[in-house]
Design a protein around this ligand. Structure first.
Ligand code: NAD
Length: 247
């Protein structure tokens, strides 16, 4: 995967969990990584943590629901680095309340980050990728995009939309040599999962054929592969990385 060296890679939700580990993985391949987070403090903290590991990255915290803010930041990044090679739309929030306890605002909040922000980010980078006649957009989906989940309906609904966006943009952008794929993680050891009660997690682990929950590096490795030239003939795919949980 030497082809990832010097590639300009933007990763949203890069301050912790899957995103932070993905930032590390691309840094280790010699990519120029720019992480996005929700606020200055968490972005600064992630940059500092990575610096202590010898990894130098840039960071931004635009409002992902403001196309104007994103457009400005993407322009700034392109001016500074000269190109944008890879976008990883990873920022996301989940939910697990019953429908009666979910407000329409809760539902909108999930769709806004998990879907609308992904649209905004993709729209902003496409002109630069088209100009270079090359690019890769990768989205974080979820195993719940395969079969739903019994609560928190906004979350699986948003991830089904992520898959639709991925497959459709893959078709639209293929003529410009821009590949669009998604990774659908199973349960992965991050803050998102630590906040779930043991009664939910333990029975779930029993249903995973590989007998463990995923590590953030398992997901980061899938992003590396899909971003690299090893995946040059792969587009429009939702790659399940879940220990066969959805099989
Ligand atoms: P996490 O909660 O550890 O990290 C979420 C990231 O999203 C953080 O970097 C945070 O800064 C960012 N974020 C949250 N709200 C934001 C906002 N309003 N604006 C900008 N950024 C915001 O979660 P994670 O587990 O690492 O999840 C990352 C992705 O993986 C999400 O899309 C999630 O749906 C998906 N996923 C996670 C699991 C899992 O088990 N952990 C499983 C399947 C899919």
């Amino acid at each position: 995967m030497h082809d990832l060296e010097n590639k300009v890679v933007i990763i949203t939700g890069g301050t912790r969990g899957i995103g932070l580990e993905t930032v590390r993985a691309f840094c280790e391949k010699g990519s120029k990584v720019i992480l996005f987070g929700s606020k200055k403090e968490t972005v600064d903290k992630a940059i500092e943590t990575l610096k202590l590991e010898g990894k130098i990255v840039d960071g931004y915290y635009p409002n992902l629901n403001s196309y104007e803010e994103i457009d400005n930041v993407i322009k700034e990044i392109n001016d500074k680095y000269g190109r944008i090679d890879v976008l990883i739309n990873n920022a996301g929030i989940s939910a697990n309340s019953k429908i009666e306890d979910t407000t329409s605002d809760d539902f909108i909040k999930i769709m806004n980050l998990n879907v609308n922000a992904m649209f905004n980010m993709s729209k902003a980078v496409v002109p630069y990728m088209k100009k270079n006649k090359s690019g890769v957009i990768l989205n974080t989906s979820s195993m719940v995009s395969i079969y739903g989940q019994p609560s928190g309906v906004g979350y699986p609904a948003s991830k089904f939309a992520v898959n639709g966006l991925t497959k459709s943009l893959a078709r639209e952008l293929a003529p410009f040599n821009i590949r669009v794929n998604a990774v659908a993680p199973g349960i992965t050891k991050t803050d998102m999962v630590s906040s779930l009660p043991k009664e939910i997690i333990e029975p779930l682990i029993k249903t995973i054929p590989l007998g463990r929950i995923g590590e953030p590096r398992d997901i980061a490795n899938a992003f590396l592969f899909l971003a690299s030239d090893m995946a040059s003939y792969i587009t429009g795919v939702i790659l399940q990385v879940d220990g066969a949980a959805t099989n």
